[in-house]
Ligand binder design. Structure first.
Ligand code: ACO
Length: 310
């Protein structure tokens, strides 16, 4: 049997922070941010809002969308780098807020690659016969770990959550392949020590991001025995529009084949791919049976690609 995305949900906090708002607190400009990153605005959670609060709203929609009952969800995997607490896990808080029936629940720390790591793990749980339905979530409140006086990082990130209900299926849907990697020796290029703020060496990360997403995407396609001609749409982590366009160039596909919504949300880290997947589905850009390629890169370093038949 394969695995199928039965439901999707997203939650974007309503408070918008535009580039012009940032011009008032930092030595930056709307023009610099748009040309160097592609971001026009991002959304910021309230100070009291935690990753589990954003995830709750995304998951309620995903479960409703899946037509399953809450009691059918047997595992909750939360990808986040901005957990509510060091422990208990954000997944435990989330499962309780959702009123689930004591599922297995844990957090997954793989920065911006967290959601695709989570999909791979969720799919393996299903295929091993362990569970029938799992919730995979990416949720982040990066606004709470940013140094708001550092213009090189404060302009990039935004808050949000995205979720999918992943289930065993006898339909054609499936995760056809996954190529997941890490390299801890580059930890210094992007990190956030406990109790401190995020630090990033942007230029270095930029180059590593393009190379690793290109390589993992080619490998995942090879494992699935497919070529880019078989792929309807590529959904990359929304890190920077120049990174997204460079991936299109390296893979030799037209830019329209690579989805982007970074102008609206900025980089929402582990939430970026499920939010993009939600938008792609709701905008009717993919239909059941289409092959898509997901690719992400983040602190760790971590990176990977998934070929998925939706
Ligand atoms: N406004 C105006 N000027 C700025 C800003 C700003 N917001 N930020 C930096 N600058 C300046 C720099 O100070 C520098 O000035 P200098 O030449 O006088 O020294 C100049 O702009 C160029 O700086 P760079 O850092 O080289 O700019 P770059 O074009 O590389 O863009 C950016 C910076 C946007 C951070 C880019 O490097 C990037 O997107 N990197 C990758 C980020 C990423 O993918 N991270 C991984 C995922 S995130 C995660 O896992 C949590």
């Amino acid at each position: 049997m394969g695995v199928e995305i039965l439901g999707v949900g997203k939650y974007i906090p309503p408070r918008v922070l535009t580039n012009s708002d940032l011009e008032k607190i930092l030595d930056t400009s709307d023009e610099w941010i748009i040309t160097r990153t592609g971001i026009k605005e991002r959304h910021i959670a309230e100070e009291w809002e935690k990753a589990s609060d954003l995830a709750l709203k995304a998951c309620e929609e995903a479960i409703e969308n899946s037509k399953l009952n809450k009691k059918d969800i047997e595992a909750v995997i939360v990808a986040t780098s901005t957990p509510d607490m060091i422990f208990p896990s954000t997944a435990c808080f989330l499962a309780d807020k959702l009123g689930l029936n004591k599922p297995m629940a844990f957090d997954l720390s793989a920065a911006c690659s967290g959601f695709i790591y989570g999909l791979t793990i969720g799919s393996s749980f299903l295929k091993s016969g362990q569970f029938k339905n799992v919730l995979v979530v990416g949720t982040e409140v990066f606004s709470q770990i940013l140094d708001w006086s550092d213009r090189s990082t404060a302009v990039i990130f935004g808050d949000g959550a995205g979720a999918v209900v992943l289930s065993l299926t006898d339909s054609d849907s499936d995760i056809l392949s996954a190529e997941m990697k890490s390299d801890g020796s580059h930890w210094g290029s992007l990190n956030c020590p406990v109790g401190e703020k995020l630090r990033m060496r942007g230029r270095e990360t930029f180059k590593l991001a393009i190379k690793s997403m290109e390589t993992a995407s080619k490998k995942a396609l090879e494992k699935a025995n497919l070529t880019l001609d078989d792929i309807k749409l590529i959904i990359p982590h929304q890190a920077n529009i120049r990174i997204i366009n460079a991936i299109a160039e390296r893979l030799n596909v037209p830019e329209e084949k690579v989805f982007s919504n970074i102008h609206k949300y900025g980089n929402t880290s582990a939430a970026s791919i499920p939010i993009a997947l939600y938008d792609v589905i709701k905008e009717g850009k993919i239909n059941k049976g289409d092959n898509i390629l997901l690719t992400a890169f983040g602190g760790g370093l971590t990176w990977g690609s998934i070929v998925l038949r939706y």
